[in-house]
Write a protein that binds this ligand. Structure first.
Ligand code: TYD
Ligand code: MG
Length: 454
């Protein structure tokens, strides 16, 4: 009799291997391969020798109407989902503990239930009484949501198969355990088995499944990255503690645009939608100060104005500090290098701190020029005019590259009372919305004209 095939699985990236090794071939991590018995016997004997079934192939033309999406009525959530909840889809919502995932999903559950979906909320972390208490605080006690506290995957699957809900929320994947996997709840194999079972359930029964996942210190969803591959949509719920803003960001979406954000505010009565985030992100802005620059950005499909703050000060250390919050540290180093070598502005012996106000994380290259302007403004102690926004990408040669959606950026800035913009030259701009535009060919021009330095 053939021995059962033993395989080894990387606990970091999920790569399979038939023999053990110290380092994973897939991701290069050390000591992550673990022996794993197959979850199920698979197709097994039936396959031996016999021929398979011939597949029915189709062309790409659309034969059926796309499945109807259900909108929750919370615009910020629906937009991030790509226009509403799609049946037969699995969604992972990750975020730090205490950021408000359970609050958001309980509110969403109530909305979807009112919209006519049979909605189950299964909590593995909190007792039913606790969830009910939160529902009372949020004013949701009359919502037709079915609640259960359970961690056994087998019992959950039996319930779901019998009850056939349209929407299941599992809070959280790390608390669920499957009795045919031999490790503790929260371990990689358990998290993966849970995600696998529930994703399969979603596809088989046409239900939508939302999984809550905790995030590790490094900001990744705890458990294998393969969970991210298994689901259709990955959303992150982020925000700074101490700030009331919360941002729901889609990083992967098979049914809608990725990189879309929804902005919420944590209040005493739960999460409130923020329909005009620019006003919120700029609300803490005082008098124009050196080092503060407003960036006209685009998040997903929507223009958002945010303030970049820089501080440049002589360093007491032999190695000057470069500290960034809300923006990429590598990109900051690049901009400092361009300022040094193309514009002749030295940063040796100077600490540079950069912060994005309001706890937003910006990843657009279009913010390059705003970052450079904030740093220059801080270094030269010259304030950028209060009514001015800045955007543009910087290339290594020091030239400025036009960026997309210039009209939308200008429109949003005009709407919020700004009247001028510093932007790259060469953009084919159709509408200016009454904004006066200072078009700059390269960084040296910005240094000379705006800051009178260089
Ligand atoms: P929670 O949804 O439990 O976070 P998670 O599920 O991500 O761990 O949110 C917990 C925090 O939210 C808690 O610190 C209290 C705060 N909160 C409010 O400020 N207002 C509210 O109405 C609710 C329900 C929670
Ligand atoms: Mg929670």
């Amino acid at each position: 009799m053939a021995k059962p095939q033993i395989s080894y699985t990387c606990q970091n990236c999920g790569a399979h291997s038939t023999k053990w090794a110290g380092q994973c071939d897939g991701c290069g991590e050390w000591n992550t391969l673990q022996e794993e018995a197959p979850l199920s016997a698979g197709p097994g004997k039936a396959l031996k020798g016999g021929r398979g079934r011939k597949l029915a192939l189709t062309d790409l033309s659309e034969k059926e109407a796309p499945p109807p999406r259900t909108a929750s009525g919370m615009d910020e959530l629906d937009r991030v989902l790509g226009g509403g909840l799609v049946p037969a889809s699995a969604i992972l919502v990750g975020g730090d503990p205490g950021i408000g995932k359970s609050t958001l999903l309980l509110q969403a559950a109530a909305k979807f239930a009112h919209a006519g979906l049979k909605t189950f909320y299964i909590s593995g972390e909190e007792a039913s009484a606790q969830v009910r208490l939160r529902a009372a605080r949020l004013g949701l006690t009359d919502a037709p949501v079915q609640l259960a506290t359970e961690t056994s995957l087998r019992d959950i699957m039996t319930t779901l198969d019998e009850e056939r809900p349209d929407l299941v929320i599992i809070d959280s994947v790390q608390t669920m355990w499957s009795d045919n996997v031999d490790s503790a709840p929260g371990s990689v194999s358990q998290v993966r088995a849970t995600a696998q079972e529930l994703t399969t359930f979603a596809k088989r029964r046409g239900a939508a499944v939302i999984l809550v996942g905790h995030v590790t210190k490094e900001g990744q969803i705890a458990g294998p990255r393969v969970v991210e591959h298994m689901v259709d949509t990955v959303l992150y719920f982020e925000g700074e503690r101490g700030h009331q803003f919360r941002i729901l960001r889609s990083v992967k979406n098979r049914f809608g645009p990725a990189d879309e954000i929804g902005v919420f505010e944590m209040t005493g009565g739960g999460l409130a939608e923020v329909l005009n985030p620019s006003a919120l992100f700029l609300s803490e802005r005082g008098e124009p100060a050196p080092g503060s620059v407003v960036f006209a950005g685009i998040e997903g499909t929507r223009p958002v104005l945010v303030e970049f703050q820089a501080l440049v000060a002589p360093t007491p250390h032999s190695q000057p500090r470069r500290t960034v919050v809300g923006w990429d540290g590598g990109r900051l180093a690049m901009i400092l290098a361009v300022l040094e070598s193309r514009c002749g502005i030295p940063f040796a012996g100077l600490d540079v701190y950069l912060n994005v106000a309001g706890g937003l994380k910006v990843s657009e290259p279009a913010a390059d020029l705003a970052v450079a302007a904030a740093i220059l403004s801080a270094r030269e102690d010259v304030a950028v005019p209060a009514e001015c926004v800045v955007f543009g990408e910087i290339s290594l040669s020091g030239a400025l590259r036009p960026v997309g959606q210039t009209e939308n950026r200008l429109k949003e800035a005009a709407k919020l009372g700004f009247s001028s913009a510093i932007a790259p030259a060469g953009g084919k701009i159709r509408g200016r919305d009454g904004m006066s535009l200072r078009e700059m060919p390269d960084l040296t021009a910005v240094v000379g004209e705006v800051f009178g330095a260089g």
